[in-house]
Design a protein around this ligand. Structure first.
Ligand code: HEC
Length: 146
């Protein structure tokens, strides 16, 4: 009696274990194959955003350390508008490399900042900026000379 009870539980338990192992290995194989950063695309922020107040501080905190002021990791600098715009598909944040890199939708070694990417809310701000036309509202520091 004691034995048959144990056997009755043994089969479902084995089945469950086998299933879990199968799922776990399928997951691992997929990761290896795509070398994906495994990120998801966060929604764009719904408010109006500005380059100076919202976007530039994010770049300063998260990118400039390696991509500005003489530090050009990967040959890339982020402190000129032309360079930033190379990562942007105006009006289409979901397609923009800037978003795909910071949200981890690229290969693992392309995620920026390296390994971590940005927080979903930060990616959301960048998305909103791109969707709103990727405008630079920087005021010149001094008035142009006459
Ligand atoms: C800790 C340093 C570091 C930070 C911070 C960092 N990067 Fe990078 N970045 C690198 C390195 C290193 C490479 C070169 C990677 C390579 O060549 O494999 C690189 C390469 C790049 C490239 C060129 C990739 C290509 O495919 O040509 C871009 C674009 C880039 N980073 C954008 C960013 C952006 C945007 C941020 C901020 C959101 C950022 N990085 C933050 C270190 C950094």
């Amino acid at each position: 009696m004691k034995n048959s009870l144990r056997i009755r539980w043994l089969f479902p338990a084995c089945g469950l274990l086998a299933l879990c192992t199968l799922l776990a290995s399928a997951d691992r194989d997929e990761g290896k194959h795509k070398k994906s950063g495994g990120g998801t695309l966060p929604p764009a922020a719904t408010r109006q955003v500005s380059y100076t107040n919202d976007v530039k501080p994010l770049f300063a905190d998260n990118c400039f350390g390696c991509h500005a002021d003489g530090e050009h990791k990967g040959g890339y600098r982020m402190d000129t508008q032309a360079q930033i715009l190379k990562l942007v598909s105006k009006g289409n944040s979901a397609k923009s490399k800037l978003i795909r890199m910071t949200a981890g939708l690229v290969e693992r070694d392309e995620i920026m900042p390296p390994k971590t990417g940005l927080k979903p809310a930060e990616v959301g701000i960048l998305r909103a900026w791109i969707d709103q036309g990727a405008k630079f509202d920087d005021k010149p520091a001094t008035k142009p000379a006459k």
